[in-house]
Write a protein that binds this ligand. Structure first.
Ligand code: GDG
Length: 457
């Protein structure tokens, strides 16, 4: 019998409604289902003031066990909002200016990793294989190993690994580097991330690299790129679901023949949304034929509301949206539609389909799944055009998109204009090339190749 898989991530995704939650949750649930598995992490709840965080809560559903813990308010403040989202997240996205180096955050981060490891240890079986996800849990394996665990443990980083000089800004970088080495397999989205990680480990910490394995701190780990994909076929089918059809019809009717540009992101300063608004404004300023003929829909559900930078970007975007509409709008035309709401994945597919241009402009992004979803939702016979930032991990795979520099608003406006007038043949060819790659490297392929490499590591 295959070894049991234990997935460890900050949040434990919904196992029952995984299809609604989307790509990663579905992929992990499928992986857990294959050999019967355990998913361990934070419940998403914060314990009442004055109460301890309590113990592990377990739930079982169709062969999958979830084991979750609550966080105390202090842990949530220091570990989640603090070290994870005000230190590692901005730093790894090259925002040294936004990075908070508070020692208490780091201590809270270590403490939660220890508490999580202590809670998981009694649930482990001897031959379990562990797959730990993302920047919240870098010290997890090291902590577990200090408690005597000898299991095979892999790690996957969902965000970029930055260049060496940026990592060096982190006071605890060498400690974190040592924690990385407690894993047997280190997975990143792109070869670029692998190169940056190896460069840092070798040139800063004297590690040795033989092209596959890294040796440092008396340990050996395999290092490889595993670009995450989506379930392209399932996403394309969402367009024809009830919700998908309803949104598609509704948007098309409201557009009355106008061209819709769409942007979809968690409201986050890494996603380049202000730059995107500026590029759209540039389009209206420089290409008068776009006025009255193009609309821009930005869907941006709020995220990490407890962190100040997120409220700041929110007010900045509200200001920009009303300024653009105030300056260019007509009684019968609103240029920019800005929604801070979550729409269902099926509805999202319908909105992508109704949009002739997908505009994805992160300033840094590990991969960016929105770019992939936009392509999957298009009609192959009359597809829309993807305009994609060179700083998204997905740009390394999606070469048939119009690749742009998101800081260069003139270039982005030009690309939007090119997309508006792109001949059908060219749109079809680009779409076919993108789609072929999406199908060949989908999310099932991602998790299978990761788990196979982990088995061999
Ligand atoms: C991290 C890395 C990496 C957005 N708005 C709505 C909605 N979404 C969905 C999208 C997409 C997902 O959220 C966002 O995924 P991204 O990949 O674009 O970005 P992050 O959230 O930053 O994810 C990233 C990813 O991990 C996976 O490794 O690609 O680089 O930063 O699926 O569709 N979904 C719904 N309503 C919304 O309003 N239902």
């Amino acid at each position: 019998m295959a070894a049991r898989l234990v997935v460890v991530s900050n949040r434990v995704g919904p196992v029952r409604g995984a299809a609604r939650a989307g790509g990663l949750a579905v992929a992990l649930v499928d992986a857990l289902r294959e050999a019967g598995g355990l998913w361990f992490g934070w419940s998403g709840r914060i314990a009442e003031q004055g109460q301890g965080a309590g113990g592990v809560q377990q739930d079982h559903f169709r062969g999958i066990t979830t084991a979750t813990l609550d966080l105390t308010a202090a842990e949530h403040h220091d570990y989640y909002n603090g070290f994870a989202n005000q230190c590692l997240w901005p730093l790894f996205h090259y925002r040294i200016d936004l990075t908070a180096y508070d020692r208490r955050f780091y201590e809270g981060y270590q403490r939660v990793n220890v508490r999580f490891a202590q809670a998981l240890q009694p649930l482990l079986r001897d031959d379990d294989v562990l797959w730990v996800h993302d920047y919240h849990l870098i010290p997890f394996a090291e902590t577990l190993r200090e408690m005597g665990a000898h299991h095979k443990i892999g790690f996957f980083l969902h965000i970029p690994f930055p260049s060496r000089e940026v990592v060096l800004a982190l006071p605890h970088h060498a400690r974190l580097a040592q924690s990385f080495m407690a894993y047997d397999l280190l997975g990143f989205h792109t070869q670029r991330d692998v190169e940056r990680f190896v460069d840092y480990m070798v040139n800063e910490l004297g590690a040795e690299f033989d092209g596959t394995h890294l040796r440092a701190f008396g340990r050996k780990a395999m290092v490889r790129a595993f670009p995450i994909g989506i379930d392209a076929k399932a996403f394309a089918d969402f367009v024809y679901s009830e919700d998908g059809q309803r949104q598609w019809q509704r948007a098309s009717t409201a557009l009355r023949g106008r061209t819709q540009i769409i942007g979809v992101d968690r409201l986050d300063y890494t996603k380049g949304i202000p730059e995107r608004f500026a590029a759209f404004e540039r389009l209206l300023a420089d290409y008068p034929d776009a006025r009255g003929r193009v609309e821009f829909l930005q869907v941006a559900p709020l995220s990490r509301e407890g962190v100040a930078e997120y409220s700041e970007i929110r007010s900045r975007l509200e200001g920009a949206a009303s300024r653009i509409n105030g300056q260019y709008g007509e009684v019968d035309w609103t240029p920019l539609h800005y929604l801070n709401r979550t729409v269902s994945r099926r509805a999202l597919a319908g909105l992508y389909r109704a949009s002739k241009i997908g505009l994805v402009t992160p300033l840094r992004d590990g991969m960016n799944l929105v770019a992939k979803e936009y392509v999957a939702a298009q009609d192959p016979a009359d597809p829309g055009v993807l305009v994609l930032s060179r700083f998204a991990g997905s740009a390394w795979q999606m070469k048939a998109a119009l690749i742009i520099n998101p800081y260069d608003t003139v270039e982005v406006a030009e690309a939007l204009q090119t997309a508006r007038y792109m001949p059908l043949d060219e749109r079809r060819n680009r779409h076919a090339e993108l789609m072929q790659d999406l199908i060949a490297h989908d999310v099932t392929d991602w998790r299978r190749s990761y788990l196979q490499a982990l088995a061999e590591a």
